[in-house]
Design a protein around this ligand. Sequence first.
Ligand code: TRH
Length: 390
Amino acid sequence: MFTRKNHATSLCIFCKVVDYYGDIGICWRLARQLQQEHGIAVTLWVDDLQSFQRICPDVVIDAADQQLAGVTVRHWRNQEGVFTAGDVADIVIEFFACDIPPGYIAAMAECNPRPVWLNLEGLSAEEWVEGCHTLPSPHPRFPLTKYFFFPGFTNKTGGLLRESSLEQQRQQFQSDQAAVAAFLAQFGVTPTEMASLKVSLFCYPHAPVPALFDAWQRGDTAITCLVPEGVAIDAIQAFLGSGAKAGAALTRGALTVRVLPFVPQPDYDKLLWACDLNFVRGEDSFVRAQWAGKPFIWHIYPQDENLHHKKLRAFLQRYSANIESLIAFSLRWNGAETDGIKQQASESLLWRSFQADMPKIACRSADWQRQMLANGDLASNLLKFACSLR
Ligand code: TRH
């Protein structure tokens, strides 16, 4: 039996990249925060270093182990049976039920006291989450218990990931127009584009981008759409009439579309802070848009049998404050309307109603951000819960 220290000083996160960038985006953000703000020795096991490098250019693709921002990053391949109790962290986080190596679980069972084992779940606004948050699940064969830990939008959940300095950084950046202009100018944004309605676009390929671009192009407000390379490629190439590479830009009518590079994760916050409206997707950018305190439209990660529509409606129920234009636009953007509404309104009409309500939606975004701040941040809530089990 391996005897461990009383207080938690080490933590490991197992991350399996399902697709896109959110799995590693969330785990990387959590790992850095636990190390930098709580002084915990963090090891991040991740299987897909290519995706990781997309959001963190310092990642070395073929390294078995590397140190990044104070975090030990280990390439999770098929390390079977090579773990001993001495390798086991005080807190073990299994992200999104990714099934950690059986050899690691066996080593966990050899430890005294046992490590705290948490299953960090995906974010949902649905009611049932509060009832499942922190529920225990005994292991069928080993004397171990795994606990479900849910992020969420209420104080009966783990709250949302947020670094302690984020709010101060955001306010400093947004109050310094020269800094905002300099940040965007590095991507080629011109003073004229700076003066327009700036919109960031991060969505899945099936989003109705062509219809929205058509409405923007024919509208009477100058709009600059900033889209990271690789996002909505077909629609962007159709608008540009050329390859959607970083640096490409074109104006048609009232709309300018400018392709940006896919920026390192910390810079993505600055993009959200610099724009007037943000289209975000999945989970991590969705949360970052809520911290940016600006109006945002969420493109939810698609699931079979349209399960994601239920999750979308659950969030809109909490967030939208019955602002009809926000609800209608969000449902159209996600193809989640019931047939009745769909026949009535064009993208142009839905956009114009949304745009007219932007001041009201901006106030609601700021209120919501304050409400979320009151729930505490996920990393602190997670540590508090884990330490209550030791
Ligand atoms: O990339 P995503 O669609 O990831 C998805 C979701 O997380 C979804 O919930 C999950 O089930 C699925 O993966 C498997 O969206 P998300 O969550 O916003 O993650 C994108 C990450 O990429 C986020 O951390 C922000 C970061 N990013 C950059 O670092 N630079 C950029 O230029 C952009 C556009 C994003």
